[in-house]
Ligand binder design. Structure first.
Ligand code: NIG
Ligand code: FE
Length: 408
């Protein structure tokens, strides 16, 4: 075999076993190769194994000095494009006002929509770029970014164009999602809004290739099951995958609906109970937990322990957004899932790599094995467990995306 680059002196090379989403106990099934090497060719992993088993030729060789190597992290849930801030909400919540009450009174998400609508494409791009850079620094090599602070057709398209513009400006790969976030405040405008979304916005987004999936916030203060059903039907007609924000405050049937529609993922789940855990355990839909929201809003933690014990596939993301989760570290989301959602370190590892990739429908990232994109993190440690262990500092020494080192 002829490789472009051979990485050597790897104390531990760690990746989740198997392919696709790891369900239940398989989330703890890590392949750990001591004294390993990785060969990279054409931006992909070409070979992995104990160093002594490598008999090929490499154009160059790089010693990693006895450090652990893990897959680049995948952040399956961010809202990185917004203008304005939510510092007044932060203050108000510290005095006891609830997130939902602020939203119901026309603030919260709606105030970010107002600020975002008055920003230009270039303003929004300039605001989003440093946020994406923070996520990359934290170990993310693929980042999902949602629209959803646009609301009008024109503003949603602008947000999606900003997300498309991020791609060439960051070394990470960006997965764009159209988020149908909140309905118009006036009840009599809801039907027209859903008609605009299903007949105009979704077909336009699909035609222009601006999103790979459609997300919708199903909640008492947001969309109903009937409205979500219409959105999912339109997504299917436009050949787009679906996912949903569900059970953040109330379990109103969003999990069950999304699972029955073959959703890639259902995200949040803080209010999920036994029926939702059971539905997810029987499905292929990935359960995405967002511990930044638990921390910032003081919500109950999503029942990730029960989900894994029942056999579901759990992933973790930052939910980076100004209102419910100002968490700028994909790695720290993984670390918080151990503390707040009671995942084991190995489960959190899989939740932030292989299962986060599955939540995006991506089989080419999230693991280190021949044929995957060579997205690798080199830790400042010989033990991979420093990745979910460390809080408030970075245990990541070097990052490679598609075989190229990212210099920050
Ligand atoms: O994932 N819950 C809905 N949407 C976002 C929050 C958006 C915001 O508060 O600005 C979330 O938590
Ligand atoms: Fe979200």
């Amino acid at each position: 075999m002829i490789a472009d680059l051979l990485l050597t002196d790897i104390a531990q090379l760690v990746s989740t076993a198997g392919i696709g989403a790891a369900h239940g106990g398989a989330m703890r099934d890590l392949v750990i190769i001591p004294e390993a090497a990785v060969a990279i060719a054409g931006g992909q992993v070409a070979w992995v194994g104990p160093r002594g088993n490598w008999h090929g030729t490499a154009a160059s060789e790089l010693s990693l000095g006895g450090r652990a190597v893990v897959p680049g992290l995948v952040d399956p849930h961010t809202h990185a494009v917004w203008a304005g801030d939510r510092l007044a909400d932060f203050d108000a919540r510290s005095r006891g006002e609830s997130y939902e009450a602020i939203l119901a009174a026309g603030g919260g998400i709606r105030s970010t929509i107002t600020a975002t609508a008055s920003a230009s494409h270039d303003d929004l791009l300039a605001l989003a770029l440093p946020r994406i850079a923070q996520l990359v620094q934290s170990g993310a090599t693929t980042i999902e970014v949602k629209s959803g602070y646009g609301q009008s057709m024109a503003a949603e398209l602008t947000s999606l164009q900003v997300i498309a513009s991020l791609g060439p400006l960051t070394p990470a790969s960006i997965e764009p999602t159209l988020l149908i976030h909140v309905p118009p405040a006036a009840v009599n405008e809801r039907a027209d809004y859903i008609a605009m979304v299903t007949r105009e916005l979704i077909p336009a987004v699909a035609e222009r290739g601006l999103a790979s999936a459609i997300d919708i916030f199903i909640e008492r203060e947001a969309f109903t099951l009937a409205e979500a059903t219409e959105v999912f039907t339109a997504a299917r007609s436009s050949m787009l995958r679906v996912k949903a924000h569900v059970d953040q405050f109330h379990a109103i049937g969003g999990v069950e609906l999304a699972v029955s529609c073959g959703a890639l993922s259902v995200d949040h789940l803080e209010a999920s109970g036994v029926p939702q855990v059971t539905a997810l355990a029987k499905s292929r839909t990935v359960a995405v937990v967002l511990p930044g929201v638990t921390l910032h809003l003081g919500l109950p933690a999503a029942p990730a322990r029960a989900l894994i014990d029942a056999g579901a596939a759990v992933a973790v993301g930052t939910d980076l957004n100004p209102g419910s989760s100002p968490l700028f570290s994909t790695r720290e989301a993984m670390a918080l899932a151990v503390r707040l959602n009671r995942l084991s370190p190995a489960e959190a590892f899989t939740a932030g790599t292989a299962n986060a990739a599955a939540a995006l429908g991506r089989g080419d990232i999230g693991r280190i094995r021949p044929g995957t994109r060579a997205d690798l993190l080199v830790l400042d440690s010989a033990d991979w467990r420093d990745l979910p262990y460390t809080l408030g500092a970075s245990p990541i020494a070097r990052r490679f995306i598609a075989g190229h080192e990212v210099l920050l």
